[in-house]
Write a protein that binds this ligand. Structure first.
Ligand code: F6P
Length: 326
């Protein structure tokens, strides 16, 4: 099938570097004599017909910006066959004959069904701070989010140390502990709790108590939001309910959406630029329903279905390392 006009959209939780990726898609497409339409607010915009023509200049000065100039959304209507049919009709009306979608697993689930139902070729670029997508060593936004988390942990350490406090620092990661584990190592945290391992409260209590009594200094416990007790506030409740903790000065800090914002790191900009350009080339080479990723430094394509059905594992050696170094 000949491709003349592609649509590009960002969807799901935004991630720093999405703009760099949009820029790469647009500029690579223009270099290949394709026309580009930006779709605002992801699948919601496809359904509403929120389209904007883009050229090389429309993406000037965005490589360094966080967020996404195309806006993002999570669309309930796109989950229905009727919503998807309306989206396909709108795309055909404006002559879009292929798509590049930038987002996470929800984005790709939608993309795969959409291709099966309506046959519009589609290539995905992995954009999520969680880094939880199979088929790429890193996702766009992960490096920046990780560095934001580490910067904040460094700041928390100063005040924690001044008061000999225990801080439970919650970082993002709904289903995975990539940010948590790596910022725990980088920030010298005493403990890390992640969704990939069972949180045994008695062990956690014992560990914190022994750290605090033996060393009488601060302790930082990094908690991934998706860990199985339900996050930092739940852990705090469990600790406060125990008399042994009555003399421990405990605080919680939720880093939350600060991790999603900010100017992307150089690493994220390079990754996003490579992936955006590769997605356009993949479409021109006839690929569809795949995600482009970087594995061992090389561009690799993975069928969309594998991206969410196969689990990307954390590095368990890093988990042992946090224990060894704390
Ligand atoms: O998927 C990325 C992510 O940042 C998760 O880590 C987090 O659980 C979720 O998005 C938050 O989404 P929202 O901004 O819609 O609340």
């Amino acid at each position: 099938m000949d491709i003349h006009r592609i649509g590009v959209y960002t969807s799901g939780g935004d991630a720093p570097g999405m703009n760099a990726c949009v820029r790469a898609v647009v500029r690579a497409a223009v270099a290949h004599d394709l026309e580009v339409i930006g779709i605002r607010r992801g699948y919601a915009g496809m359904i509403d017909g929120a389209f904007v023509e883009m050229d090389g200049r429309s993406v000037s000065n965005i490589v360094q910006q966080g967020g996404t100039i195309l806006k993002s959304a999570r669309s309930e209507r796109f989950r229905t066959p009727e919503g998807r049919a309306l989206a396909a009709e709108n795309l055909k009306k404006v002559g879009i004959d292929a798509l590049v979608g930038i987002g996470g697993d929800g984005t790709f689930r939608g993309a795969a069904v959409f291709f099966e139902e309506h046959g519009i070729p589609i290539v995905g670029c992995p954009g999520t701070i969680d880094n939880d997508l199979f088929g790429t060593d890193e996702t766009i936004g992960y490096d920046t989010a990780l560095n934001t988390a580490v910067e904040n942990i460094d700041k928390i350490r100063d005040t924690a140390d001044a008061h000999n406090r225990v801080f439970l620092v919650e970082v993002m990661g709904r289903d995975s502990g990539f940010i948590a584990l790596n910022c725990a190592i980088s920030g010298g945290a005493e403990l890390v709790l992640i969704p990939e391992m069972f949180t045994e409260m008695d062990d956690i209590k014992e560990r914190i108590l022994s750290l605090m009594t033996a060393q009488s200094r601060s302790s930082i416990v990094v908690v991934a939001e998706g860990e199985d007790q339900g996050g930092a506030h739940q852990i705090e409740l469990a600790l406060r309910a125990d008399d042994a903790f009555s003399k421990i000065d405990l605080r919680v800090c939720i880093l939350g959406h600060t991790q999603r914002g900010g100017s992307p790191s150089a690493r994220d900009r390079v990754l996003a630029s490579r992936l955006g350009a590769s997605a356009v080339e993949a479409l021109l080479d006839g690929h569809t329903s795949v995600m482009v990723g970087v594995v061992n430094h090389d561009i690799k394509m993975t069928p969309l279905r594998n991206v969410w059905s196969r689990k990307k594992n954390i590095n368990y050696e890093l988990l042992k390392l946090t224990q060894l170094l704390s």
